[in-house]
Write a protein that binds this ligand. Structure first.
Ligand code: SF4
Length: 86
């Protein structure tokens, strides 16, 4: 099971909305295996706000931290709290 680490940034006033829209989770081999086994959808590619042609977020958020490929190359994944399954 994924281990919750914490928010990407604080909710302090003046913090850009995006910073409070992502939560960081540690990625280990178990999470990678389970993500494949259960075909988990968590990245921009599966979000209804993702424009596949432009490879961009309709809300203007940066997508790099939330792409599904992050799980294969990083030790942390920033889940986007604005994610909405397509
Ligand atoms: S809302 Fe979040 S998960 Fe959805 S496309 Fe934008 S950045 Fe990606």
């Amino acid at each position: 099971m994924a281990e919750f680490v914490g928010p990407l940034d604080s909710h302090a006033s003046g913090t850009p909305r995006y910073a409070s829209e992502a939560m960081i989770t540690r990625v280990d081999q178990k999470l990678r295996t389970e993500a494949r086994r259960y075909a988990l959808r968590f990245g921009c590619e599966a979000c209804r706000a993702f424009d596949h042609e432009r490879e961009a977020c309709a809300y203007g958020y940066p997508t790099e931290p939330h792409r599904e490929s992050v799980i294969d190359r990083e030790e942390q994944l920033a889940f986007c709290k604005a994610f909405e399954l397509e």
